[in-house]
Design a protein around this ligand. Structure first.
Ligand SMILES: CC(C)(COP(=O)(O)OP(=O)(O)OC[C@H]1O[C@@H](n2cnc3c(N)ncnc32)[C@H](O)[C@@H]1OP(=O)(O)O)[C@@H](O)C(=O)NCCC(=O)NCCSC(=O)CC(=O)O
Length: 294
């Protein structure tokens, strides 16, 4: 166990490329306002144009689309896992935190000191997370190519566009709360892309609602910890990137409202008991079927 921990810590925290990483505006990949505005504009224009072009074209059949979707979702699932573990280990091994302070490492995930420099493992993972959000544009492309236009919702396009701006601000303003946001969102995305992967390989899981509940939970937790950060910023020693945190808070609030709407439309008449009953029924049916074939 000890050797797994030290191997992971070397490759995800102490490797020279990670430990010596520095985010420099204009030098690091994607680090300019021009880049982020260009990427978001290109995403929105391409989505709008392709959506209209595809109406008159045939959809790519499931034979082509499903394997591509499966590979795309699997890559994002594994990348999310790597980012969640990498960022957690980076927090756990921050050498500048006094080890005797029990909550100090957790506190670092919520409030970064005012003079923090955008360098080291935490900022390395923020940069990977930022670039991964551009990779997530593939979700939209797959939806459009498959002509599943009902899934091209406002929630989907709004989330994919604004999340890139949010991540850029994390880096540019050395925003407090980003380590928490990164670990929470990557963990949720392990489950979400795991769900999408299973759907793409034809094994539609029964726990779709759990995925949505985890997404809602991450936003609720961000408000709870945001309150803590706010009081530390106002009454304590201050937290870096406070105004970007406010932007992040408004974005999270809008997503929370959209997710409550999604929840009420998708799971309206189903109680948790109904979902469990369906799962048990399904397992029963499978058992009977396999007995018959024996
Ligand atoms: C359970 C959810 C994750 C997804 O709900 P949906 O109603 O979209 O899910 P669904 O049951 O229709 O999904 C199954 C279908 O998605 C296809 N699919 C597979 N991989 C995919 C991918 N990477 N991107 C988009 N679609 C994909 C499958 O092949 C399958 O198609 P077929 O049906 O043909 O077999 C939900 O909680 C949710 O997030 N809904 C909002 C929609 C959305 O775009 N979410 C992601 C961005 S928001 C986000 O990510 C917030 C966050 O940060 O947490």
């Amino acid at each position: 166990m000890e050797s797994v921990y030290s191997t992971l810590t070397y490759w995800l925290v102490n490797h020279p490329n990670i430990a010596n990483f520095t985010w420099t505006e204009g030098e690091t990949l994607g680090s300019t306002v021009f880049f982020v505005s260009g990427v978001v504009t290109a995403y929105l224009s391409a989505t709008f144009l392709l959506r209209h072009v595809m109406v008159s074209l045939p959809s790519l059949g499931p034979r082509i689309l499903k394997p591509i979707t499966a590979v795309h979702s699997l890559i994002l699932c594994l990348l999310s896992l790597t980012m969640a573990v990498g960022c957690t280990l980076s927090l756990a091994s921050s050498s500048d935190i006094v080890p005797s302070h029990p909550t100090a490492r957790f506190f670092r995930a919520i409030c970064l000191p005012m003079d923090v420099k955008p360098s080291g493992p935490l900022f390395f993972w923020a940069q990977v997370f930022y670039l991964s959000k551009i990779l997530e544009f593939g979700d939209t492309l797959l939806i459009i190519l498959g002509k599943s236009f009902q899934r091209l919702s406002f929630l989907h396009v709004y989330h994919h566009a604004v999340v890139v701006i949010m991540c850029f601000l994390w880096l540019r303003t050395q925003q407090s709360m980003f380590p928490f946001g990164l670990v929470a969102n990557s963990t949720v995305h392990v489950i979400m892309y795991g769900y999408y992967f299973l759907c793409a390989v034809g094994m539609r899981p029964k726990w779709k609602r759990l995925v949505t509940d985890c997404q809602v939970l991450q936003f609720l937790l961000s408000f709870a910890f945001g309150g803590w950060m706010f009081q530390e910023h106002v009454f304590g020693s201050g937290c870096s990137g406070f105004w970007a945190c406010a932007f992040n808070g408004v974005f999270n609030a809008s997503l929370l409202a959209l997710f409550f709407n999604f929840r009420s439309k998708n799971y309206a008449n189903k109680t948790r008991l109904d979902t469990w009953a369906e799962m048990v029924k399904d397992v029963g049916k499978k058992a009977i079927r396999s007995k018959k074939t024996d």
